[in-house]
Design a protein around this ligand. Structure first.
Ligand code: ATP
Ligand code: MG
Length: 299
């Protein structure tokens, strides 16, 4: 029998990065780096964000790459963040075309024209990357934020360290749960994402998942949806204490909506748990599939 626990274990592993995906991400990094280095003075660049922390969900898109500028590019820091974002945008448009290049608040998104199929598979390819211009600031970094009109501090190493600590405290199940909730959040049936940015889910999970791991995925997920709903109206600071609150990405109406959808997910999860308790295993697995989407396995 394919139990709910089997289904969750398979779901978890389906949301993990595999070797082929990492090889493709490396190739794309190399390709973009070699191009960007012809346009700007780059000290170093690296894959970062949720991708580097193993909290990225599927399909693989918007992988962050920090491009740390050499001091000779310091003139950009005296200007507003729009200037460096414009220059990176124009450079990337030259290489990838206007249709595949999008200027965002803190980065430039480059789309490689890969589409996920109805099972959310991409043949192990990365859909898009986010190019983030950055400057060293001591052991931290500064990145442009166009919506705030200023440079903001960040430190991906600190974020990574927090995720490692949470993972260790939680019998190595923490990152898997974060990827699952982020997968739910990305489901196109919601229209706009319930929680924005999805990094907020990870930040909330640093405090909303209480060790020890209880041992059953379905109960952990149900309790987590419920706690996220309870606490989504709170202010959530940058865990590194450098950037603006992560919860600033939503206004009150959007937080109300997030709460409602998280609450609904928690109720749907309770119903699925009840099906399992009553021995209706197949129906329970289907209910979870309905809740999460096509990467949740039926067999
Ligand atoms: N408000 C902030 N202050 C400081 N650093 C931030 C802030 N928001 C994001 N970051 C850093 O920038 C990285 C990239 O941001 P992004 O919004 O892409 O999140 P992410 O964790 O990569 O999630 P996703 O899976 O949605 O891409 C984050 O992982 C985090 O390290
Ligand atoms: Mg990201």
């Amino acid at each position: 029998m394919f139990s709910v626990d089997d289904a969750f274990k398979k779901f978890k592993s389906r949301l993990e990065l595999n070797d082929k995906e990492q090889a493709n991400a490396k190739d794309r990094h190399k390709e973009v780096r070699e191009y960007i280095e012809t346009k700007f003075k780059i000290d170093r660049s690296f894959l970062t964000g949720s991708y580097a922390r193993w909290t990225k969900t599927k399909p693989l898109k918007d992988i962050d790459i920090f491009f740390v500028m050499k001091p000779s590019e310091n003139h950009y820091r005296d200007k507003g963040p729009a200037v460096i974002l414009d220059d990176f945008y124009l450079a990337l448009v030259d290489r990838y075309g206007r249709d595949n290049t999008k200027r965002q608040n803190r980065s430039i998104n480059v789309d490689f024209g890969i589409r996920a199929d109805e099972s959310d598979k991409t043949d192990y390819k990365v859909i898009s990357i986010d190019v983030v211009p950055a400057f060293d600031k001591g052991t931290d970094y500064e990145i442009p934020d166009d919506s705030l009109g200023k440079w903001i501090g960040t430190n991906p190493q600190t974020h990574a360290q927090k995720a490692v600590e949470a993972q260790q405290a939680y019998s190595s199940e923490w990152k898997g749960l974060v990827r699952m909730i982020k997968y739910w959040n990305n489901n196109p049936r919601h229209g706009e994402k319930p929680v924005k940015p999805s990094f907020l889910i990870e930040v909330m999970c640093l405090q909303c998942l209480h060790a020890p791991w209880g041992g059953a995925f379905d109960r952990e997920v149900q309790a987590l949806f419920s706690t996220l709903a309870d606490r989504v109206h709170e202010t959530w600071a940058d865990p590194a204490g450098l950037g603006p609150p992560i919860s600033d990405g939503m206004d009150t109406a959007r937080k109300d909506r997030a709460e409602r959808l998280l609450r609904q997910a928690s109720r749907d999860a309770s119903l699925a748990i009840d099906l399992r308790r009553r021995g209706k295993n197949g129906e329970a697995v289907k209910a979870w599939r309905e809740l999460f989407g096509p990467r949740y396995p039926l067999s």
